[in-house]
Design a protein around this ligand. Structure first.
Ligand code: ADP
Ligand code: ZN
Ligand code: ZN
Length: 736
């Protein structure tokens, strides 16, 4: 007697927009279960997306699954979300699903997972305090301080403090300073009570207004400068949401903002609830554990970065997005989704409220929340002042570098202001806009500069190692002693790199303690933590940064921000450059004077009369947004139109152009409501040895654009040139 045969429709991680039929004799298979199946000569992980009794495949050719896993990895609601993303971003369903589940699940051979613990200080340790630790034990000290801050630390946080955390914990254990407990996440915890401020009037209005709709879908923009108390409003809303039994809340934050400080603020306010984080600093196992807790409804609060928007949460009742405008919510490869937009779709489909907070909304969101012509899509709530009494906005001053002398990048006014801070024992931050200020090698006689032979980029000087490096492909070569073009030996680095700025500042202020922060040095949570501690304890006088330092963290002794060079972004070909610059400058200005000392911001520019600066001086995002929207409307750009970018690259430019021209013709034949532009080369014409070009589709109707894509993308997939040309479709692209 044979068991009945069932046909499973399996989605696989392959670039084909279809599902595959496999046979199984196992009864009771469920949608969302994952399976191992034969695919060609390989074994692959797949997900069951449908079950049927029939198939169009001949029985001889029908293959059976190799293994069925018990775990159901998504529910009905997540499946809807995957389907939406697959359709909207025109990305195969199987790849969509498999890019959204933790990678640990996809590893074929799983080792048993180690048991997990949380660690806390004993009362004895709390009483004695860090000063009783043996001298020079910096790691012990850091761990104890972090525990004082956070009360409970998990292994991920400990590892981020030091790779030798295990040894340190043994020492602390030997001293009777710590206890550990297994992660169950259910028991109530008796942490010390966090102080809970009473809401000010703006906060109260925002809270009350949002609460009125708490059971239904509604999108809210919570607009307020850094420090105006947005996070406090989120916390109150979450408290309300969690009053319902089993309710779950999802909080999305940009990667850089998910600091131990933010986490501990939430933990101390939600001691009775279980909270998990999902972000890239976790190990695969930790990620899987946290994700499962969410999926099983055991985690009440999930704080995570963009990918966590896909976390299955059976009792999801509220979504919060902090720093809604942040570009890191957009995934730039594979499934090119925007977590904010996916979250809005999810909130709508699960009929729950979503609250988006920021000081500088993206123009899309601003438009949705304030446009007056037709009905507003989002509710609009505003916090008008800083929440902490006595803290005020910094004064913003412009230094006209077309009139003032500049020595190695610094005007004397800025140097004097920094000197003044040093004498007052206050801190300064020197900010360099990230893009395009790396130093390149220049020949003084023929203007030769080092260029990468694989990319259209200039090689960056790394003075310490005496090497030239391409920051796009990693190509690396020795710094030449003489100009390869004319033989001249007078080669010098030009452009302001962080290293050169550091050296210059050391010359100006030999006695100052200077710290340079760049992408490399803040990659780990450990490094960030160090930075915060050292700033707090005034172990740093001057901080040099190329990227936004995390919000949610006050530097109480920081009173001066100097911005060296922003002018390139003022006149960039990317239409979003000024929007990004404004929000960057607003944020970086917000770093000055968050406590009781008045902050000052000095911006060096050759264009002090640029309208962007006028708006920035009065901290007037609204005026700036208003002006930008007018420009965008005239140019028919986002948010007045919807865009799609088709990017293609190949070894030979002719192949790229042939492919794109064909795509352009096809698109034009498909719709007359969509404008199809000619293919153009991007700023980075060549990357890693590949020639690149792209074309833009633009339409005022999202529906018309999507309808075109429905036919166009399958057509592109069929194109024979596709073997030579690598291409991607980016719906709602952020960068061009
Ligand atoms: P944002 O998220 O807008 O940057 P936060 O919610 O982090 O602002 O608030 C900034 C600071 O002000 C925090 O230290 C917070 O504890 C405090 N704070 C927030 N709301 C109030 C309030 N109503 N009264 C007093 N302090 C507050
Ligand atoms: Zn030369
Ligand atoms: Zn290169």
């Amino acid at each position: 007697m044979t068991d009945a045969l069932h046909i499973l429709k399996v989605a696989l991680d392959v670039p084909l927009d279809r599902v595959f039929d496999y046979a199984t004799t196992q009864p009771n298979t469920q949608m969302g279960q994952y399976v191992v199946v034969p695919f060609g000569a390989r074994k692959m992980i797949g997900v069951v997306v449908g079950i049927s009794d029939t198939t169009s495949i001949e029985s001889k050719k029908l293959k059976s699954i190799i293994r069925l896993e018990d775990e159901v990895i998504f529910d009905e609601a997540s499946f809807k979300l995957f389907q939406f993303c697959s359709q909207y971003y025109h990305y195969p369903l199987g790849q969509t699903i498999l890019s959204a589940v933790p990678s640990r699940l996809k590893q074929m051979d799983k080792k048993a997972m180690a048991k997990k613990y949380l660690y806390r200080l004993t009362p004895k340790a709390i009483q004695l305090g860090v000063d009783h630790l043996p001298p020079r034990q910096t790691i012990l000290k850091k761990i104890v301080m972090a525990m004082i801050d956070a009360t409970l630390l998990d292994e991920a946080s400990l590892r981020s403090i030091s790779p030798t955390w295990k040894k340190a914990l043994e020492t602390l254990d030997g001293m009777g300073w710590i206890t550990k407990e297994a992660v169950t996440l259910e028991e109530a915890r008796d942490l010390t009570k966090a102080t809970i401020p009473s809401l000010n009037q703006d906060q109260q209005v925002a809270f009350d207004t949002i609460l009125k709709t708490k059971e239904d879908f509604h999108a809210w923009l919570l607009y307020g400068i850094t420090g105006s108390g947005k996070t406090e409003v989120y916390i109150r809303l979450i408290e309300e949401a969690l009053k319902k039994d089993n309710a779950q809340v999802l909080v999305l934050v940009p990667e850089i903002n998910l600091t131990p400080q933010l986490e501990s603020r939430f933990r101390s306010r939600f001691q009775k609830f279980s909270l998990v984080t999902l972000h890239s600093h976790l190990t695969d196992n930790e990620r899987l554990t946290h994700w499962r807790l969410a999926k099983e409804g055991k985690a009440h609060i999930v704080i995570g970065t963009r990918l966590s928007v896909f976390t299955p949460m059976p009792h999801l009742s509220l979504i919060i997005i902090d720093e809604e405008h942040d570009a890191s919510f957009k995934q730039q490869e594979g499934l090119r989704y925007h977590a904010r937009d996916v979250a809005i779709f999810r909130a709508k489909s699960e009929n729950i409220p979503i609250v988006m907070g920021t000081a500088t909304p993206s123009l899309e969101t601003w438009f949705n929340a304030t446009r007056t012509k037709d009905a507003k899509k989002f509710g609009f709530l505003k916090l008008t002042s800083r929440a902490v009494e006595d803290s005020t906005l910094p004064d913003i001053k412009y230094i006209d570098i077309s009139k003032s002398t500049v020595t190695k990048g610094f005007s004397p006014y800025l140097i004097e202001a920094m000197r003044d801070r040093l004498t007052k024992q206050e801190q300064s931050l020197i900010f360099i806009n990230r893009r395009g200020f790396a130093p390149v090698l220049l020949c003084g006689s023929c203007q030769w500069t080092g260029r990468c032979h694989r990319c259209s980029s200039r090689l960056v000087v790394h003075l310490n190692q005496k090497r030239l490096r391409c920051h796009h492909c990693g190509h690396d070569e020795k710094m030449p002693m003489q100009c390869p073009s004319c033989g001249n030996t007078d080669l010098y680095p030009t452009g302001l790199g962080t290293q050169r700025i550091e050296e210059t500042l050391k010359e100006f202020f030999p006695e100052a303690r200077i710290l340079r922060v760049d992408r490399d040095s803040t990659r780990t949570k450990e490094a960030l933590n160090d930075l915060f501690l050292n700033m707090k304890n005034r172990k740093i006088d001057i901080l040099i940064g190329t990227q936004m330092l995390s919000k949610g963290h006050d530097f109480p002794h920081l009173s001066l921000v100097g911005v060296l060079d922003t002018d390139q972004a003022l006149y960039s070909p990317d239409f979003r450059a000024s929007e990004r610059l404004f929000s960057q400058l607003m944020q970086v200005s917000g770093r000055a004077g968050r406590a009781k000392i008045k902050g000052e911001v000095y911006i060096q520019t050759a264009f002090p009369n640029h309208p962007l600066f006028a708006a920035l001086k009065t901290h007037d995002y609204e005026h700036f947004a208003h002006e930008l929207l007018k420009e965008r409307e005239l140019a028919e750009l986002t948010p007045f139109a919807f865009l799609v970018l088709l990017k293609a690259e190949a070894h030979q430019l002719t192949h790229v152009m042939q492919f794109l021209n064909d795509a352009m013709e096809k698109a034009r034949s498909l719709s007359n409501q969509v404008t199809v532009y000619h293919p153009v080369r991007p700023i980075m014409e060549r990357l890693k040895g590949m020639e690149r070009a792209q074309l833009v589709l633009q339409a005022t109707s999202r529906g018309a654009l999507q309808k075109l894509l429905d036919d166009w993308v399958p057509y592109l997939r069929e194109n024979k040139l596709g073997q030579k040309v690598k291409w991607v479709v980016d719906v709602d692209p952020l960068e061009f």
